[in-house]
Design a protein around this ligand. Structure first.
Ligand code: C2E
Ligand code: CA
Ligand code: CA
Length: 401
């Protein structure tokens, strides 16, 4: 048996799980197929099912410490993804307590059913446990999530990510003011994956903190290269997206400051982008962390502004430098008077509170014109450029200089 990360391989005919043994892991079949066999009290061995790729096997080990209720053998060469009890428990303990309790009750009842049905049911029919198993364990969402986490873990080790950059433009004179760094996962087999498909998983599994460090380092190096190659541009800034988990890292701020210094950049060239929701979910923690970042000269930017439920007066309590008006308001501005009114009041109230305003998702010239009239400071959107890799950004900057 070979072990690589938590992938295990078993040759054809090998026993993966032995009935009666203690179990500490479940497995997801990545490749190959297995037989599930149960030895009865009279010594007869019954084949109760076979399983192929995507199936979860040996899952009861995750629930309790009872001996294995079945033997599982590889029919052909198999590759299995191991889920240890420790791993499962740490995921379960970080979930909502109600989900935790319901999971435990369901799984315990499920074990009882399996044990009883092995004794009662004829081998050739589908047992109730198998039917239940099909519904419950082929819960593809959960399996996909575990696979995604596993792939992500490997990709974090291999740094299989790239950054695309989107320019942020000065509304009044169209000059380039800075960039937002947007991550893409260069998946070894599936190609480029966009962040909406993996950031939540990265956050749930704590992999986000490692990813964010990579983004900080990489984007500071990029900005430094651009400033050297295009000295005619004034100081440009880099805006990076963070999640709540990032603030739990003790050297979060110091790592950013170090990366900036290392690349001859100043603190005011870095924008920390967070959502309104992050502020509201843990106001005290967020306030302290942001205050400390701000005291070091980093700028704080509120992303997707307007989509949360906070009021501008509530925001007053936080050290905020920039509001980024969410794309949805910009999209509806032209035809919807209330969106227009909202954009207008965010801009004037934000300005009164000493904040600078960036509008996101500008796709049409008319939107630029309207925002210019309203006094919006900066704009970002497909009208100027989609997020692009460094080689394309160099061409973009050459054309602009
Ligand atoms: P976001 O921070 O709101 O980023 C803006 C998203 O809108 C980007 O999608 C961008 O490609 C897209 N966009 C920009 N201009 C336009 C436009 O004119 N029209 C339209 N329709 N879309 C536009 P993307 O790159 O897929 O990123 C999605 C989200 O993933 C981001 O939303 C952000 O929340 C998150 N994200 C991206 N990179 C990172 C990262 O490095 N770390 C973290 N934690 N989150 C990230
Ligand atoms: Ca953003
Ligand atoms: Ca946004």
């Amino acid at each position: 048996m070979k072990n690589e990360n938590n992938l295990k391989t078993f040759g054809a005919g090998h026993t993966i799980i032995k009935q009666g043994d203690e179990g500490h892991s479940a497995y997801i079949i990545e490749e190959g197929s297995v037989d599930i066999l149960v030895e009865k009290d009279n010594g007869l061995v019954q084949l109760i099912g076979t399983r192929g790729p995507g199936s979860l096997i040996g899952e009861m080990a995750l629930v309790d410490n009872k001996p294995r209720t079945a033997t599982i053998k590889a029919i052909e060469d198999c590759t299995l993804l191991e889920i240890t009890k420790n791993d499962f428990e740490s995921r379960l303990s970080s979930t909502d307590p109600v989900v935790h309790m319901v999971m435990n009750v369901i799984l315990t009842r499920y074990r009882d059913m399996i044990t009883r049905s092995h004794i009662l049911r004829a081998p050739q029919n589908n047992t109730p446990s198998e039917d239940l198993e099909r519904n419950f364990l082929n819960d593809t969402n959960a399996v996909d999530e575990i696979k995604l986490t596993n792939d992500l873990k490997k990709s974090v080790q291999n740094q299989d990510f790239i950054l695309h950059y989107q320019p942020i433009i000065n509304t009044q004179n169209n000059a380039i003011a800075g960039f937002e760094a947007l991550i893409r996962w260069n998946h070894p087999t599936k190609g480029l994956i966009y962040p909406d498909a993996f950031i939540d998983t990265a956050e749930a599994s704590d992999l986000i903190t490692e990813i964010s460090r990579w983004v900080v380092k990489e984007s500071c190096e990029f900005l430094s290269r651009m400033q050297k190659q295009f000295p005619a541009f004034n100081k440009l800034f880099m805006s990076v997206n963070f999640t709540a988990k990032d603030f739990d890292v003790p050297d979060f701020k110091d790592f950013i400051l170090k990366s900036l210094k290392h690349n001859n950049l100043t603190a005011d060239q870095f924008h920390i982008e967070i959502t309104e929701r992050l502020l509201m979910d843990d106001p005290t923690n967020a306030q302290n962390a942001l205050q400390s970042c701000r005291e070091s000269g980093l700028l704080i930017s509120i992303d997707d502004f307007g989509t949360g439920y906070s009021s501008l007066s509530y925001l007053h309590a936080f050290p905020i430098d920039i509001l980024k008006i969410d794309r949805s308001f910009i999209t509806h501005m032209e035809h919807d008077k209330s969106s227009q009114g909202l954009v207008s009041s965010i801009i004037s109230l934000g300005h009164n509170m000493g904040m600078s305003i960036i509008a996101e998702g500008i796709e049409e010239e008319a939107q630029h014109e309207a925002l210019k009239k309203l006094g919006c400071d900066k704009i970002q959107g497909y009208l100027y450029s989609r997020p692009i890799p460094e080689n394309e950004m160099i061409k973009f900057l050459q054309a602009a200089s």
